[in-house]
Structure formats: structure tokens, C-alpha cells
Design a protein around this ligand. Structure first.
Ligand SMILES: [Ca+2]
Length: 503
């Protein structure tokens, strides 16, 4: 223990010394190599910059560097990054979200890593090969991409209500309809009142609430789906129209909560907690965390028991939930930096097992201990984690293969949701990561038009028979056709394929 204490002291001292060195510029002891000053801007992801952070200090000492971190909230980041990039005066290191790299890579401000990363064993070992392809620009790599599991959604159902009505968890779309109907009209909560709906909402982005229905028709709203050597643009497909017919029927018959098409997320959740809704689609953590912990559903409705519904099988045997992007963020290095080697050394260590555990859980014996049940946070570790600075470097380069198994091991009540969401089939977007000029120009408008039309079709304001052709024509002329054709050209170019659209 004594040694450990000393160890920590020396790190703290070094961090202090390097901070001083940073402040005093050249006022360094003669003979000591200059500390590498590195500026780093990232989304805060709920973390804060702590002065003399002892975890950051370990990396700083190891690579003789000083990290000047700036963490920004999502809104600020969105405003600030374009300004930073336009100025040409970039921080040495930045973390960008999802595929945002494509918004800036054309401006030639990031360091080309293509011929550099090969010698970094940990980076080569732990970056998903698919992610290099997905983030490459004209065949070159300008970032270290991080990936996450792509299955993240579950369909949830009130198991106690099914039991009350002697019903099984539905497996097909037809069975789902029957169950939703019963959960609406057969008084599943047994209070003698007609006060429940079969299907409710969790997302303000309306499509998301029906993803298991789209999946049963072999597609996903907003997606282009590969079928053999053809691509189906789902939003203008016959399958999408059939899915909308199904949802329209739920609306017409009063099985879908009509407010699900207009209400805010918080209102939708409130109805779940108040036992007004039988099923919903959501992020895996909604039941075990948001409803159970944050909104205290077990106190409000002690009888409530949620179960998961596997992706429903549709009329042609299709099924699947929405697949999330594989790439969750990217680390980019400024083309102008003088510290590229130090940064890459640092990132290579950060993505190693040792570097990841340190960035994630802190120091062994201090912030966590090895037990029969895996690596368990100590009281101090938990406290530092809750103070939001312990794992501030953890989401620079991300190891989902370390993070997620640990999470499941330490949170057994939540693990089934995580695992099922991953295991169940998902439907991917064929053009993931392909952001073209046309996409940037038109996609926002096309998406808005599609969503507004979806709501009108479901409510019966537009007819799925009489207004469908006009909808498809409008969808294409408002930019949808230009967007998808431009993406297809890039896709075929990148892959060396010659796929075409079926519809
Ligand atoms: Ca009732």
C-alpha cells in the first residue's frame, strides 16, 4: 500500500509539473525533453474535465505529454466544430460523432493516417475492419473509428397483462395484431375500464415506434435495403405501403394510442409508467433503467412485469429490428499538428486492453478490484465515476468488446435486454456512412416530407390507395431521387458492384 501511495503521489506531481511547464512555456529544466502539448476537443458524453485528473496523468506521463482537453455538450459541439474547421485552426485531436467526419473531410484539414496506422498493433487489432471501409474517404483513412454493437432496440410487452388474458408472447405479425387488440379491448389490467391501448410510443421520431412492424415487411423506414443484387428504397416500396396499411388499421380500430403520432417522448413514457400501454419499441435500457429506476415504475405499478417480444415474422417470413450505425464516433488528428506520433502512440495504448481498462475503470486496487464476479468498482471508484471524471478518456477510442461484457456482468438485471437487442436480427441501411453533397442538401427535407406523409397516411388524411403514387412522385422530386442515386453511385464505386434500385 505504501508503494502504491507513493506511485500516486508521483503521478499527481508529474501532472502538476507538466501543467506548470505548459504555463511557463520554455521555462523547463535543462536536459529534460519538452512536454508534448496536445489540444483535444470532444463531446462531453456526460463527463467533465478535472484539473490534475490522476487517470489522465498516467497517460500524460507515459507519453511525456500534456492533454489540454475541452469537452463540449452536443449542441455546442454542433455549432462549434464547423467554425473550428472553417478557421483551419484545429485542435491536435478531435472526436467527431457518427459519420460527421464526412462533413469536414473534403476540406483537407485532417491528417491522412492511411500509411501511418499499420505499425500500431493495438489499433490494427482492435479497430473493426468494416469501420475502416465505412469511414474511408476516396480510399484513404483520416480517422481512428470506434464501433459499437448494432443491435440496440427491443420490443417490450406487459407480461402480467398477457398472463391475465391467458395469451402468449406473439411471434408473427398476425399474432401481434390479435394480442394488441386484446390488450386494448379485453381489459388486460382487470379494472373494469376501457383505459388501455395495445401500442404506444417512446420516440418523438415517429417511425421508430413501429420498427418491428417495418421489420416484418422486410425493411425499415428511412433505409435502403439490399435484396439480392437489387436495393429497395423502403420509403417508396410496396412493402412500406403494406406496413402502413397494418399501422393504419391499428389506428382506425383504436388499438394504437392516437397520441402516439403527436405526443412528446415524456408523455409517451408517462403512459407506460401509468399502465395505459401494452407494448412499445425502445432503446434496450428503457425498461430496466428509465422505467424501472428513473421513473420508479415498480412503486407506481408494483404488478407490472415487462417481457421482450422477439422481432415479429411477417407475411413473407421477414423480420428484424432497426440496425444502428456500426461507427459511433471517430478520432481525427489535425493535418497541421506537430504531435502526430505522440497522439498515435497515445491512441494505440488507449485502445489496448490495459489502456482501455485504465481509461474505463481507473486504477486496479484503488478504483476497482478483481473479484469472482469480475472487475468491481470500489467505493472510491464509484464516487469518482459519479463525479464524471474517472472515465473521461474512455470514449476517445472505444472497445465495445470490453465495455459491454463488463456492463452485463455487473448489471445482471439489465443484461438480458442488452444481449437480446444484440442477438436478434437487425436490418441494416445499405448506404450507412455514405454522405454525399446531395444527401447534405436534400435529405433533411425529404425526411421531413416522409415523416409528415407517414402521419397523414396513418391517420387517414392521405389515402394509401389514391394518394400513394403522388406521394412517391413528390418523394423523388423533392430530392429523394437525387439523394439515393448519388449514394448508389458512391456505393457501387466503393464496392466495385453494379447494384441497381428495384423500385
Ligand atoms: Ca382496463
Amino acid at each position: 500500500m505504501k508503494n502504491r501511495g507513493k506511485f500516486i503521489f508521483s503521478f499527481a506531481f508529474l501532472a502538476f509539473a507538466s501543467a506548470l511547464a505548459g504555463a511557463n512555456g520554455k521555462a523547463e529544466a535543462a536536459g529534460q525533453s519538452e512536454v508534448h502539448e496536445i489540444t483535444y476537443v470532444s463531446l462531453d458524453a456526460g463527463r467533465i474535465v478535472k484539473k490534475d485528473n490522476p487517470i489522465v496523468a498516467v497517460y500524460e506521463e507515459k507519453f511525456n505529454m500534456h492533454l489540454n482537453m475541452e469537452l463540449l455538450d452536443g449542441d455546442t459541439l454542433k455549432q462549434k466544430i464547423p467554425i473550428i474547421v472553417a478557421s483551419g485552426d484545429l485542435p491536435d485531436l478531435m472526436r467527431l460523432e457518427n459519420y460527421d467526419i464526412f462533413d469536414y473531410v473534403t476540406q483537407d484539414v485532417f491528417l491522412d493516417l492511411t500509411d501511418r496506422v499499420g505499425k500500431y498493433d493495438n489499433i490494427m487489432e482492435h479497430v473493426d475492419p468494416r469501420a475502416w471501409d465505412l469511414t474511408a474517404y476516396r480510399g484513404k483513412n483520416y480517422c481512428i473509428p470506434s464501433t459499437n454493437y448494432t443491435g440496440k432496440y427491443t420490443t417490450n410487452i406487459r407480461k402480467d397483462w398477457l398472463d391475465n388474458l391467458n395469451l402468449d408472447i406473439p411471434e408473427t405479425l398476425d399474432e401481434y395484431y390479435d394480442v394488441l387488440k386484446a390488450l386494448t379491448f379485453d381489459d388486460p389490467d382487470g379494472n373494469g375500464k376501457d383505459d388501455t391501448f395495445g401500442l404506444g410510443s417512446e420516440y418523438a421520431e415517429r417511425f421508430m415506434n413501429f420498427m418491428n412492424i417495418f421489420g416484418a415487411y422486410g425493411g425499415m423506414a428511412g433505409f435502403n435495403v439490399i435484396k439480392g443484387d437489387e436495393i429497395v428504397t423502403f420509403d417508396i416500396s410496396d412493402e412500406y405501403r403494406d406496413a402502413m396499411r397494418f399501422i393504419h388499421r391499428l389506428y382506425e380500430e383504436g388499438i394504437l394510442d392516437p397520441e402516439a403520432l403527436i405526443q412528446k417522448q415524456a408523455q409517451g413514457r408517462e403512459k407506460l409508467v401509468q399502465s395505459k400501454i401494452g407494448t412499445f419499441n425502445g432503446w434496450w435500457s428503457i425498461v430496466p433503467q428509465v422505467l424501472t429506476v428513473n421513473l420508479k415504475m415498480p412503486e407506481i405499478a408494483p404488478e407490472a412485469e415487462w417481457a421482450m417480444v422477439p422481432p415479429l415474422t411477417g407475411p413473407k417470413g421477414d423480420s428484424g429490428m432497426m440496425q444502428r450505425n456500426l461507427v459511433c464516433y471517430t478520432a481525427v488528428i489535425s493535418k497541421k499538428t506537430r504531435e502526430a506520433d505522440t497522439i498515435l502512440d497515445f491512441l494505440d495504448y488507449l485502445i489496448s486492453d490495459e489502456g482501455t481498462w485504465l481509461a474505463f475503470l481507473g486504477k486496479e486496487g484503488e478504483h476497482w478490484v478483481q473479484t469472482d464476479h469480475g472487475k468491481v468498482r470500489t467505493e472510491l471508484g464509484q464516487k469518482c465515476f459519479e463525479e464524471k471524471w474517472l472515465d473521461v478518456l474512455h470514449q476517445t477510442v472505444f472497445r465495445s468488446d470490453i465495455n459491454l461484457p463488463w456492463y452485463c456482468e455487473q448489471n445482471p438485471s439489465k443484461a438480458p435486454y442488452v444481449i437480446k437487442a444484440q442477438e436478434w436480427g437487425t436490418i441494416p441501411e445499405a448506404f450507412e456512412g455514405i454522405v454525399t453533397k446531395e444527401y447534405q442538401q436534400y435529405n433533411g427535407e425529404v425526411k421531413k416530407y416522409t415523416e409528415e406523409s407517414f402521419i397523414r397516411f396513418i391517420m387517414g388524411d392521405l389515402s394509401l390507395d389514391d394518394d400513394w403514387n403522388e406521394y412517391v412522385t413528390q418523394w423523388k422530386s423533392r430530392g429523394g431521387e437525387a439523394v439515393r442515386q448519388s449514394q448508389l453511385a458512391v456505393y457501387n464505386g466503393n464496392k466495385g458492384t453494379s447494384l441497381s434500385f428495384r423500385n
